[in-house]
Design a protein around this ligand. Structure first.
Ligand SMILES: [Zn+2]
Length: 164
């Protein structure tokens, strides 16, 4: 899988049938701006590679949109993707699924994966515009949540912290 900055990619990797990219691109850029603001607030990189919304592109050409900001053990993630059965599944949307989540890294002896602290209920959309609007809304939610609380409070809210 390749990670490609929003400006270097093509929305038709995600939405193959998209005729005019304008409105969808505007919405994805709104999401991008929210993730950069959050990354800047958290003291991470607000510009350049590894910030904002990026394409995660598979070998066969399909891509999802992925936004990520982190501080210490806490990760803030938004995603717009087509749920695939496996890496060789050639399907693309519709529908497209959008989700957003705040997780902390597992702090147990054996890493069980991220611990979910807050997440949006994943939603599916049949239209690229609706999906992109939901991505922008999810990114906005993430920025609000990420700036509303100090970073350490997320770990304190982790009910599974230090589990067996
Ligand atoms: Zn764990």
């Amino acid at each position: 899988m390749a990670t490609i900055p929003l400006v270097d990619g093509n929305l038709r990797w995600v939405f193959p049938g998209l005729e005019h990219t304008g409105e969808v691109l505007d919405l994805v850029r709104q999401a991008d701006a929210q993730i950069r603001l959050l990354a800047g607030h958290l003291g991470g990189r607000a510009s350049g590679p590894g910030s904002g919304i990026e394409f995660h592109r598979l070998e066969l050409g399909q891509a999802s949109l992925f936004g990520y900001a982190e501080a210490g053990d806490v990760s803030f993630v938004v995603q717009l993707w087509f749920p695939r059965r496996c890496a060789w599944d050639l399907s693309t949307g519709p529908p497209w699924e959008v989700n957003g989540e705040v997780t902390v890294r597992c702090d147990a002896g054996v890493d069980c994966g991220p611990h979910f602290i807050e997440e949006l209920t994943p939603r599916e959309f049949d239209s690229p515009t609706d999906a992109a609007r939901a991505l922008a809304a999810a990114a906005s939610w993430l920025r609000q949540r990420g700036t509303a609380e100090p970073v350490y409070s997320w770990r304190m809210r982790d009910p599974r912290s230090g589990h067996d």
